[in-house]
Design a binder for this molecule. Structure first.
Ligand code: NAP
Ligand code: GDD
Length: 323
């Protein structure tokens, strides 16, 4: 029998890659989408799957629409990827972020508990929960110390997922994913901001790139590799929590260097540090230990940062050339 998956955030970076991954496996894919006044399906079009998804209208903040989506789709697997996911905006919209990224996880879990208790649930947890890191390599046992309203909301989502697993024996897992990027990354995130600017500078359409804290370090992987880990978690007999990361950390500065070097330019000639992009509280460094995912899920990252940044710069060169 064909399996049915419901994905919240299907129009986002991870939602698009996951939908493609599941469609390729023969799943029927339902996408829970919030109405927007302008087009949000460009990623699904780029992957050639826009017409292969069954769309269900709703908003994570609206428990009724969440219930309706669960009842309509009767999913075998529910992937909760929907979120206000930009850390910077979470200080501007702290309450919305708290509701959508935190409380709304309970809307989903309650809908499953009442109407579809056998559905397997995936929660998109995040390395932002580690924030002010309490261990050099962060794993599933490292205490959390979130540094943004986004991180705080995600800690709620993480623990309510564990709580429903323990209270109601639900198959509910959290993936604690470290930063993952791709050509489908939103332009506000630093990797894509950099690769888009590199393409524009190379093609003579821009001179400078204004960035914030370029000393921050992140453990960056490829989104295409990471969605496989989400699926693997839901194929396990027991639900559990897993860190998904590469185990390598790099400064924003060195990531820029890679991007500029790929087109024969020097980042020092173009990058301007601009206090406007500094955050009220920063996560200085993230470095994950994915040993448990490697051991239990047999998962490992396949794409190096250099390959990832090359792929992103090349995609942006093609896009900017077409403009
Ligand atoms: P993204 O590209 O920003 O996608 C977020 C998705 O959520 C979009 O489809 C967005 O729809 C949807 N959404 C936002 N508010 C909603 C609401 N109120 N109701 C329903 N849908 C809503 O994020 P991503 O990078 O794919 O990340 C996917 C998930 O993983 C997020 O939960 C994120 O917090 C988490 N995560 C991401 C990373 C990473 O490095 N990418 C790492 C760890 C965890 P619109 O486009 O229409 O707004
Ligand atoms: N966005 C952005 N723009 N970040 C900048 C800039 C800039 O101009 N200059 C420096 N940075 C630094 C940020 O201060 C941060 O330390 C780092 O680059 C990465 O920023 P983002 O790419 O915005 O990602 P993030 O780490 O804050 O959050 C992403 O990863 C989380 C997982 O750790 C998002 O995808 C979150 O949704 C995800 O949970």
């Amino acid at each position: 029998m064909t399996k049915r998956a419901l994905i919240t955030g299907v129009t986002g970076q991870d939602g698009a890659y996951l939908a493609k991954f599941l469609l390729d496996k023969g799943y029927t894919v339902y996408g829970f989408v919030a109405r927007r006044s302008s087009d949000t399906r460009w990623r699904l079009r780029e992957l050639g799957i826009e017409n292969d998804i069954i769309y269900l209208d709703g908003d994570l903040a609206d428990a009724c629409s969440v219930q309706r989506a669960v009842i309509t789709s009767k999913p075998d697997e529910l992937y909760n990827l929907g979120a206000q996911s930009f850390v910077g905006s979470s200080w501007d919209q702290p309450v919305t972020t708290g509701i959508v990224d935190g409380i709304a996880v309970t809307h989903l879990l309650e809908a499953l508990r009442q109407f579809s208790p056998h559905t397997r649930f995936y929660q998109a947890s995040t390395s932002e929960m580690f924030g002010l890191i309490q261990a050099a390599h962060q794993d599933e046992n490292t205490p959390f110390y979130p540094r943004s309203p986004y991180g705080v909301a995600k800690v709620y989502g993480h623990w309510i997922t564990i709580n429903y697993r323990e209270s109601f024996a639900m198959h509910a897992s959290s993936g604690i994913l470290f930063n993952h990027e791709s050509p489908l990354r939103g332009i506000e995130f630093v990797t894509r901001k950099v690769t888009d600017a590199v393409a524009r500078i190379k093609l003579g359409k821009q001179q400078k790139l204004h960035l914030g804290n370029i000393d921050a370090k992140r453990d960056w992987g490829f989104a295409g590799d990471y969605v496989e880990a989400m699926w693997l978690m839901l194929q396990q007999e027991q639900a559990d929590d897993y860190v998904i990361a590469t185990g390598v950390t790099t400064t924003v500065r060195d990531m820029c260097k890679l991007a500029f070097e790929h087109v024969g330019l020097h980042h020092e000639d173009h990058v301007v540090v601009d206090p406007k992009f500094f955050r009220p509280a920063e996560v200085d460094i993230l470095l994950g230990n994915p040993a448990k995912a490697q051991r239990v899920l047999n998962w490992q990252p396949k794409t190096s940062l250099k390959e990832l940044i090359t792929m992103m710069v090349d995609a942006d060169l093609r896009r900017v050339t077409k403009e």
